[in-house]
Design a binder for this molecule. Sequence first.
Ligand SMILES: [Zn+2]
Ligand SMILES: [Zn+2]
Length: 377
Amino acid sequence: MAPQREWFEKDYYKTLGVPSTATPKEITSAYRKLAKKHHPDTNPGDDELFKEITAAYDVLGDADKRKEYDEVRTLGPQAGGFPGGFGGGGGGGGFPGAGTTFRVDDAGDFGDLFGGLFGRGRRGGGQTGPQRGADVEAELHLTFEDAVRGVTTSVNLTTDVRCHTCGGSGSAPGTRPDPCPRCGGTGSLQDDQGLFSLSQICPQCSGRGTIVTHPCPTCSGTGTEHRNRSVKVRIPAGVEGGQRIRVKGRGAAGRGGGPAGDLYVIVHVGRHHVFGRKGRNLTLTVPVGFAEAALGTTLTVPTLDDPVTLRVPAGTPSGRTFRVKARGVPGGKKSPTGDLLVTVEVDVPGELTEEQRTAVEELAKVIEPPSRSGLGV
Ligand SMILES: [Zn+2]
Ligand SMILES: [Zn+2]
């Protein structure tokens, strides 16, 4: 991933509430806590915050990205500081003494600007340099059951893929790239400046050491083409709506031999006609009659597998929840299997037959209404 403009503006460490010296483990645990607390499913309205937390973890949770982020953040002051911050549209940011105001309106321009500062030729180094492919997002709609049990499925996306004509080399079939005439194939230029000998990435070949002299007719030498493709993804058991699943290296193909980007699958989960979800527990509401609740009964309740029998003891109040162990979301490496939480709701008939009315009236004579003295009226 090329450095992002946001990297200058956002303190991801602050977002996750960890010091910049935090270990990967500390970062992951801070992220888990915050993500759980601010998940949009439990806290609608926290969407923005949740997104920020996820964005921070995307970077800090990935060793390579974190390293780049740390570099970007130390680069700011060295390069003279970026007063007013980048972007914001206000034009307030400028290089001191540069005389002109430098405005950056999108990440693409930013990439060009800093590609040079990083000296890695990732961007802005001409069309032939190795470039990492873009990260790609895809939405995936899962049924309730598939989200609970986990599933292997595929998502369709249109991205840059390796060119089918040249296999990604960028050279027309039957031709080969030539050694770069500027650097003689080494990819770098030596520049003697008195005390220092500076090594610079060759601007002509962007460090590859070769140049495409007969561009492939399909991709015009880029080595990639835009195509529809289907990517297989394994969704772990227990995913929740709104979760992002990273599939490493399945994003857009890199250019000029650069690595592919990552695919982020955003999961949407459908509703179930009887079950609900609370984390790894499944929930179920079962109506019972007054007589059943008062005298006790045995219920047959569905699970995602076979139905189970549940004993409801005499004197069960409406709203009581019973736990059926290990019939929730299947466990994984780190999480135990969830339970099925069955809540009984005492059903009051809307209409009574003559016979029922007589019976209930008889009942009313022998059962006192519950005490309401606590209400203070
Ligand atoms: Zn060269
Ligand atoms: Zn091609």
